[in-house]
Design a protein around this ligand. Structure first.
Ligand code: MN
Length: 208
């Protein structure tokens, strides 16, 4: 099997009280696992794509995947990559303001961190139904941008490189927050792992 479920890099209760252990357990162990399993199943019908990295697969899926499994790869490949990133950009002892290269990039793109957070929240609450609110590196523009995407559509499919994302599917927050998606989006920033975001930004700038 080409793709595997990465282990959660911290215990399921590490993000409490902002994200509860039960949500993390189901989200990683059931939802993310299902995306990986269904991606591998879809790739059985697309052997030419089976050895690509998940990033390359998502960059190429629209142009190269057979029609019969294209949507399955978009959904489940996106689901796999989005969630792998999501676990990484959160962590225990997170939060605070960005520093260094991330702070500079945020300032250049949004003016300040508060303005970026407002845009992420606007996109997250404005995404009707399931989806994600993202901060991406736009290689063409050479700057960060805030975008939203429905379902598990990866920004990689549009030539953008995600460096931070918040899952706004109900499975990400419903046990704790029920219908209060805006409250979840506010609380999420207490979990952000800026070191991981900085590494993703550096890799995106280097074209990796
Ligand atoms: Mn999810």
């Amino acid at each position: 099997m080409p793709h595997t479920l990465p282990p959660l890099p911290y215990p399921t209760n590490a993000l409490e009280p902002h994200i509860d252990a039960k949500t993390m357990e189901i989200h990683h162990g059931k939802h993310h696992k299902a995306y990986v399993d269904n991606l591998n199943k879809a790739l059985e019908s697309a052997p030419d794509l089976a050895n690509l990295s998940i990033e390359e697969l998502l960059r190429q899926v629209k142009a190269k995947a057979p029609d019969a499994v294209k949507q399955a790869i978009i959904n489940n490949g996106g689901g796999h990559h989005n969630h792998a990133l999501f676990w990484e950009v959160m962590g225990p002892g997170g939060g605070g303001e960005p520093t260094g290269a991330v702070a500079d990039a945020v300032k250049a793109a949004f003016g300040d961190f508060a303005a970026m957070k407002a845009k992420v929240k606007e996109n997250g609450t404005g995404q009707f139904g399931s989806g994600w609110t993202w901060i991406v590196w736009n290689p063409t523009a050479g700057k960060l941008e805030a975008v939203k995407r429905p379902n598990q559509d990866s920004p990689l499919m549009d030539g953008l490189v995600p460096v931070l994302g918040i899952d706004v599917w109900e499975h990400a927050y419903y046990l704790n927050y029920q219908n209060r998606r805006p409250d979840y989006l506010d609380a999420w920033w207490n979990t952000v792992n800026w070191k991981a975001v900085e590494q993703k930004l550096a890799a995106a700038r280097a074209g990796k």
